[in-house]
Design a protein around this ligand. Structure first.
Ligand code: NCD
Length: 329
């Protein structure tokens, strides 16, 4: 695996990721995908290291995927869920992190509903001078780097299974549709897709797509376009990513009704006819069936990459844990 130029200690955001870093992640993940296709799916790479999953917010696929990835690399895993932890007794986030540090944790995978928490813990670990890496597994509405990297891997391996690399996305049209305002996945995806040279078209009602998103593509080889209706974003698209309406993060009435939203921005077989004939559909999950995507389209394996995204997640997270963890042994 070509990790000779990998120097990043924490993975907190994709805003400053470079093309060589994306390519290292893609190629390392491809090697682990091959490992996962073998009869013995485990490698000793992180034997003796401790990976702690600190999830202060609920999760199904991200938490399980990180846990499986760590186990496939032979690391010891610790799982924390805030509802059953000492936080209910008033312990602070930093004290919780230090408790896991005292147990010998090498990598902390952190999810929190507030933006910036993984960054604050990483800073504290650096201040203490300990060699603990922090991986952001989703912070508020800020970023979700591992999800965007698995989305990138899913698309690039479809385009070239033997040699996934970012240049495959050059000039591809990718539409991101839905609740962009609340989506950390969309924010991370905008960084990775524009850095890859793709043309990214965002589509949502104005309440869910503020104009400030236009700033994201500055200095990137790809371009970013904003639309407040669905059709122009779908026209000739190669890939379409729909996003969950994050009802739990909506602070006021941003939408008239779910039925009307589905009519205007819901992805269906008939809307897909605007796209390229071989278009593929992605969704980070969890899905509100019949709201952002029709149930029939979600289950149609001719178009839907949703299950492939979940499968890719394990190989990509193995790659991330390997890249930040392999120097620690
Ligand atoms: C997303 C998340 O939590 O940010 N899901 C995920 O991690 N796969 C998206 C969402 O919650 O809608």
């Amino acid at each position: 695996m070509s990790d000779t130029t990998w120097t990043r200690h924490h993975i907190l955001s994709l805003a400053d990721f470079t093309t060589p870093e994306y390519d290292i992640v893609l190629q390392t993940a491809a090697s682990f995908q091959e490992v996962l296709s073998r009869r013995t799916k485990k490698v000793p790479t992180l034997q003796g290291q401790v990976v702690a999953n600190l999830f202060f917010e609920s999760s199904t696929r991200t938490r399980s995927s990180f846990e499986l990835a760590a186990k496939r690399l032979s690391a010891d895993t610790l799982n924390f869920a805030s509802a059953t932890s000492s936080m209910t007794k008033g312990e602070t986030i930093l004290d919780t992190a230090k408790t896991y540090l005292a147990m010998g944790t090498d990598i902390m995978v952190i999810r929190h509903r507030e933006a910036g928490v993984p960054h604050a813990i990483a800073q504290e670990m650096d201040r203490l001078g300990v060699r603990v890496s922090v991986l952001n597994a989703g912070d508020g509405q800020h970023e979700h780097p591992s999800q965007a990297l698995l989305d990138l891997f899913t698309i690039c391996t479809l385009l070239d299974p033997d040699f996934p690399r970012v240049e495959l996305l050059k000039d591809k049209k990718i539409a991101i549709v839905g609740d962009i305002l609340h989506s950390r996945v969309a924010r991370s995806n905008i960084w990775s897709f524009t850095a890859s040279g793709a043309h990214v078209h965002l589509a949502a009602p104005p309440t869910l797509l503020p104009k400030l998103f236009a700033d994201y593509s500055k200095d990137k080889p790809g371009k970013l376009f904003l639309h407040w209706e669905l059709e122009p974003a779908l026209q000739d698209a190669d890939f379409v990513m729909t996003l969950r309406l994050q009802k739990e993060r909506m602070t006021s009435h941003l939408l008239p009704s779910l039925r009307e939203y589905h009519q205007m921005f819901g992805l269906t077989h008939s809307m897909l006819q605007l796209c390229k004939p071989y278009v593929k559909v992605l969704h980070p999950g969890p899905v509100n069936r019949g709201v952002e995507i029709s149930s029939e389209l979600m289950d149609d394996s001719e178009f839907s990459l949703i299950q492939a995204q979940v499968t890719s997640g394990v190989a990509v997270r193995m790659a991330l844990l390997y890249l930040i963890g392999s120097g620690k042994a």
